[in-house]
Design a protein around this ligand. Structure first.
Ligand code: PXP
Length: 249
Protein backbone atom coordinates (compact mmCIF):
# COMPACT_ATOMS: atom_id res chain seq x y z
CA UNK A 1 0.00 0.00 0.00
CA UNK A 2 1.47 3.34 -1.06
CA UNK A 3 1.77 6.23 1.37
CA UNK A 4 1.15 9.91 0.64
CA UNK A 5 3.66 12.73 0.71
CA UNK A 6 1.97 16.12 0.45
CA UNK A 7 3.89 18.82 -1.40
CA UNK A 8 3.02 22.22 0.12
CA UNK A 9 5.03 24.49 -2.22
CA UNK A 10 1.82 26.06 -3.53
CA UNK A 11 0.85 27.29 -0.07
CA UNK A 12 4.12 29.20 -0.07
CA UNK A 13 3.40 30.41 -3.62
CA UNK A 14 0.31 32.23 -2.36
CA UNK A 15 2.26 33.80 0.50
CA UNK A 16 5.09 34.91 -1.77
CA UNK A 17 2.65 36.47 -4.25
CA UNK A 18 2.36 39.24 -1.65
CA UNK A 19 5.65 38.71 0.19
CA UNK A 20 3.35 38.46 3.23
CA UNK A 21 3.25 36.27 6.33
CA UNK A 22 0.17 34.27 5.35
CA UNK A 23 -0.72 31.61 4.41
CA UNK A 24 2.04 29.95 6.41
CA UNK A 25 3.07 26.61 4.86
CA UNK A 26 4.17 25.39 8.29
CA UNK A 27 0.64 25.74 9.69
CA UNK A 28 -0.79 24.05 6.60
CA UNK A 29 1.69 21.20 6.89
CA UNK A 30 0.23 20.43 10.29
CA UNK A 31 -3.27 20.42 8.78
CA UNK A 32 -2.04 18.06 6.06
CA UNK A 33 -0.78 15.76 8.78
CA UNK A 34 -4.19 15.88 10.46
CA UNK A 35 -5.68 14.79 7.11
CA UNK A 36 -3.37 11.77 7.08
CA UNK A 37 -0.25 12.92 5.20
CA UNK A 38 2.53 10.39 5.76
CA UNK A 39 5.10 13.00 4.91
CA UNK A 40 5.51 16.61 3.84
CA UNK A 41 7.54 17.57 0.79
CA UNK A 42 8.98 20.99 0.05
CA UNK A 43 11.22 22.13 -2.77
CA UNK A 44 13.70 24.76 -1.59
CA UNK A 45 14.54 26.33 -4.92
CA UNK A 46 17.72 28.29 -5.48
CA UNK A 47 15.68 31.40 -6.31
CA UNK A 48 13.50 30.93 -3.17
CA UNK A 49 10.38 31.60 -5.25
CA UNK A 50 8.10 29.79 -2.81
CA UNK A 51 9.55 27.83 0.11
CA UNK A 52 11.98 29.85 2.28
CA UNK A 53 14.82 28.64 4.50
CA UNK A 54 12.79 29.47 7.60
CA UNK A 55 9.97 27.20 6.39
CA UNK A 56 12.32 24.23 6.16
CA UNK A 57 13.76 24.94 9.59
CA UNK A 58 10.33 25.24 11.22
CA UNK A 59 9.02 22.16 9.44
CA UNK A 60 11.99 20.18 10.72
CA UNK A 61 11.17 21.29 14.25
CA UNK A 62 7.40 20.77 14.14
CA UNK A 63 6.49 17.90 11.80
CA UNK A 64 5.36 14.64 13.32
CA UNK A 65 5.52 12.86 9.98
CA UNK A 66 8.51 12.89 7.64
CA UNK A 67 10.20 15.81 5.92
CA UNK A 68 11.23 15.22 2.31
CA UNK A 69 13.46 18.04 1.05
CA UNK A 70 13.49 18.40 -2.74
CA UNK A 71 16.55 20.27 -3.91
CA UNK A 72 19.01 20.79 -6.74
CA UNK A 73 22.41 19.12 -6.54
CA UNK A 74 24.35 22.23 -5.51
CA UNK A 75 26.88 22.99 -2.78
CA UNK A 76 24.50 25.51 -1.16
CA UNK A 77 21.67 22.97 -0.94
CA UNK A 78 24.01 20.25 0.29
CA UNK A 79 25.08 22.46 3.20
CA UNK A 80 21.45 23.22 4.06
CA UNK A 81 20.46 19.54 3.94
CA UNK A 82 23.38 18.54 6.17
CA UNK A 83 22.37 21.20 8.69
CA UNK A 84 18.59 20.60 8.65
CA UNK A 85 18.80 16.81 8.33
CA UNK A 86 15.50 16.04 6.58
CA UNK A 87 14.17 12.48 6.63
CA UNK A 88 14.87 12.26 2.91
CA UNK A 89 16.50 14.39 0.24
CA UNK A 90 15.06 14.10 -3.26
CA UNK A 91 17.45 15.46 -5.86
CA UNK A 92 15.67 17.18 -8.76
CA UNK A 93 16.80 19.13 -11.83
CA UNK A 94 16.22 22.85 -11.55
CA UNK A 95 16.03 25.56 -14.19
CA UNK A 96 15.38 29.17 -13.24
CA UNK A 97 12.94 29.81 -16.10
CA UNK A 98 10.73 26.77 -15.51
CA UNK A 99 7.27 27.08 -13.94
CA UNK A 100 7.67 23.69 -12.28
CA UNK A 101 10.17 20.81 -12.45
CA UNK A 102 10.44 19.69 -16.08
CA UNK A 103 11.63 16.15 -16.71
CA UNK A 104 13.71 13.93 -14.51
CA UNK A 105 17.32 14.31 -13.46
CA UNK A 106 19.84 13.13 -16.06
CA UNK A 107 21.71 10.91 -13.62
CA UNK A 108 23.48 8.99 -16.38
CA UNK A 109 25.35 12.07 -17.65
CA UNK A 110 26.05 13.56 -14.20
CA UNK A 111 26.97 10.35 -12.47
CA UNK A 112 30.31 11.39 -11.01
CA UNK A 113 29.10 14.55 -9.26
CA UNK A 114 25.87 12.94 -8.10
CA UNK A 115 27.66 9.90 -6.70
CA UNK A 116 29.77 12.16 -4.47
CA UNK A 117 26.75 14.10 -3.23
CA UNK A 118 24.63 10.98 -2.65
CA UNK A 119 27.50 9.45 -0.68
CA UNK A 120 28.03 12.50 1.52
CA UNK A 121 24.31 12.81 2.34
CA UNK A 122 23.88 9.10 2.99
CA UNK A 123 27.05 9.01 5.13
CA UNK A 124 25.37 11.70 7.23
CA UNK A 125 22.37 9.38 7.65
CA UNK A 126 20.07 11.14 5.15
CA UNK A 127 18.42 8.76 2.64
CA UNK A 128 18.60 10.09 -0.93
CA UNK A 129 16.06 9.66 -3.70
CA UNK A 130 16.69 10.65 -7.32
CA UNK A 131 13.81 12.04 -9.39
CA UNK A 132 14.14 10.35 -12.78
CA UNK A 133 12.21 9.31 -15.85
CA UNK A 134 11.33 5.63 -15.80
CA UNK A 135 14.07 4.59 -18.27
CA UNK A 136 16.42 1.68 -17.73
CA UNK A 137 19.55 3.79 -18.44
CA UNK A 138 18.61 6.32 -15.79
CA UNK A 139 17.62 3.67 -13.27
CA UNK A 140 20.89 1.81 -13.74
CA UNK A 141 22.76 5.09 -13.25
CA UNK A 142 20.76 5.68 -10.05
CA UNK A 143 21.90 2.33 -8.74
CA UNK A 144 25.52 3.14 -9.63
CA UNK A 145 25.26 6.45 -7.76
CA UNK A 146 24.65 4.54 -4.55
CA UNK A 147 21.20 6.07 -3.95
CA UNK A 148 18.70 3.70 -2.37
CA UNK A 149 15.55 5.37 -3.69
CA UNK A 150 14.15 6.74 -6.92
CA UNK A 151 11.12 8.93 -7.53
CA UNK A 152 9.66 8.04 -10.91
CA UNK A 153 8.57 11.10 -12.88
CA UNK A 154 4.85 10.68 -13.60
CA UNK A 155 4.53 13.86 -15.71
CA UNK A 156 4.39 12.03 -19.08
CA UNK A 157 1.65 9.75 -17.75
CA UNK A 158 -0.28 12.70 -16.30
CA UNK A 159 -0.08 14.72 -19.50
CA UNK A 160 -0.74 11.85 -21.94
CA UNK A 161 -3.90 11.66 -24.03
CA UNK A 162 -6.48 9.04 -23.06
CA UNK A 163 -5.12 6.75 -25.80
CA UNK A 164 -1.49 7.15 -24.78
CA UNK A 165 -2.05 6.86 -21.03
CA UNK A 166 -2.04 3.03 -20.83
CA UNK A 167 1.38 2.98 -22.51
CA UNK A 168 2.73 5.60 -20.11
CA UNK A 169 1.31 3.65 -17.18
CA UNK A 170 3.00 0.50 -18.48
CA UNK A 171 6.31 2.44 -18.67
CA UNK A 172 5.95 3.45 -15.02
CA UNK A 173 5.08 -0.08 -14.03
CA UNK A 174 8.10 -1.44 -15.90
CA UNK A 175 10.24 1.31 -14.34
CA UNK A 176 9.14 0.19 -10.89
CA UNK A 177 9.99 -3.39 -11.78
CA UNK A 178 13.45 -2.49 -13.15
CA UNK A 179 14.21 -0.24 -10.18
CA UNK A 180 13.27 -2.92 -7.69
CA UNK A 181 15.24 -5.55 -9.55
CA UNK A 182 18.26 -3.21 -9.19
CA UNK A 183 17.64 -3.06 -5.44
CA UNK A 184 16.14 0.44 -5.47
CA UNK A 185 13.02 1.52 -3.56
CA UNK A 186 10.37 3.37 -5.52
CA UNK A 187 8.38 6.58 -5.04
CA UNK A 188 6.63 8.56 -7.79
CA UNK A 189 5.11 11.94 -8.42
CA UNK A 190 4.42 15.01 -10.55
CA UNK A 191 1.12 15.93 -12.16
CA UNK A 192 -0.92 13.31 -10.30
CA UNK A 193 -4.56 14.24 -9.68
CA UNK A 194 -7.65 12.81 -7.98
CA UNK A 195 -8.64 11.51 -11.43
CA UNK A 196 -5.42 9.80 -12.51
CA UNK A 197 -3.73 8.71 -9.27
CA UNK A 198 -5.26 5.30 -8.66
CA UNK A 199 -3.52 3.23 -11.38
CA UNK A 200 -0.16 4.68 -10.27
CA UNK A 201 -0.89 3.95 -6.62
CA UNK A 202 -1.68 0.36 -7.65
CA UNK A 203 1.72 -0.24 -9.32
CA UNK A 204 3.52 -3.04 -7.57
CA UNK A 205 6.27 -1.85 -5.27
CA UNK A 206 5.11 1.78 -5.20
CA UNK A 207 6.03 3.10 -1.74
CA UNK A 208 5.09 6.77 -1.72
CA UNK A 209 3.41 9.25 -4.03
CA UNK A 210 4.37 12.92 -3.76
CA UNK A 211 1.43 15.11 -4.69
CA UNK A 212 0.97 18.87 -4.44
CA UNK A 213 -0.92 20.92 -7.00
CA UNK A 214 -4.17 18.99 -7.15
CA UNK A 215 -4.42 18.75 -3.35
CA UNK A 216 -3.85 22.46 -2.81
CA UNK A 217 -6.32 23.24 -5.62
CA UNK A 218 -9.02 21.12 -3.98
CA UNK A 219 -8.15 22.56 -0.58
CA UNK A 220 -9.41 25.95 -1.78
CA UNK A 221 -12.88 24.42 -1.94
CA UNK A 222 -12.92 21.86 0.88
CA UNK A 223 -9.99 22.78 3.15
CA UNK A 224 -6.58 21.12 3.24
CA UNK A 225 -7.35 18.49 5.85
CA UNK A 226 -10.30 17.15 3.83
CA UNK A 227 -8.42 17.39 0.52
CA UNK A 228 -5.57 15.33 1.97
CA UNK A 229 -7.98 12.79 3.47
CA UNK A 230 -9.68 12.33 0.09
CA UNK A 231 -6.36 11.82 -1.69
CA UNK A 232 -5.07 9.47 0.97
CA UNK A 233 -8.14 7.25 0.49
CA UNK A 234 -7.37 6.94 -3.24
CA UNK A 235 -3.67 6.31 -2.70
CA UNK A 236 -4.18 3.72 0.02
CA UNK A 237 -7.02 1.89 -1.57
CA UNK A 238 -6.97 2.32 -5.34
CA UNK A 239 -10.11 0.99 -6.98
CA UNK A 240 -10.33 -1.51 -9.78
CA UNK A 241 -7.73 -0.34 -12.32
CA UNK A 242 -9.78 1.63 -14.86
CA UNK A 243 -7.10 1.43 -17.55
CA UNK A 244 -6.35 -2.26 -17.58
CA UNK A 245 -9.41 -3.69 -15.90
CA UNK A 246 -7.28 -5.74 -13.54
CA UNK A 247 -8.14 -5.99 -9.89
CA UNK A 248 -5.74 -3.96 -7.82
CA UNK A 249 -4.63 -4.97 -4.32
N1 PXP B 1 7.72 15.30 -7.20
C1 PXP B 1 8.64 16.20 -7.64
C2 PXP B 1 10.06 15.76 -7.77
C3 PXP B 1 8.27 17.52 -7.95
O1 PXP B 1 9.19 18.39 -8.39
C4 PXP B 1 6.92 17.91 -7.78
C5 PXP B 1 6.50 19.31 -8.08
O2 PXP B 1 7.18 20.18 -7.27
C6 PXP B 1 6.01 16.94 -7.32
C7 PXP B 1 6.43 15.64 -7.06
C8 PXP B 1 4.56 17.28 -7.10
O3 PXP B 1 3.97 17.58 -8.33
P1 PXP B 1 2.51 18.16 -8.37
O4 PXP B 1 2.51 19.49 -7.68
O5 PXP B 1 2.22 18.25 -9.83
O6 PXP B 1 1.61 17.18 -7.67
Amino acid sequence: MASLGVNIDHIANVRQARRALEPDPVTFALLAELGGADGITVHLREDRRHIQDRDVELLRATLRSRLNLEMAATAEMEAIALRIRPDMVTLVPEKRQEVTTEGGLDVASKLEGLTGLVGRLQDAGIPVSLFVDAHRTQLEACQRSGARWVELHTGCYAEASAQAQPLELARLSEGSFIARSLGLRVNAGHGLTYQNVEPVAAIEGMEELNIGHTIVARALAVGLETAVRQMKALVQNPRHDPLFGSTTP
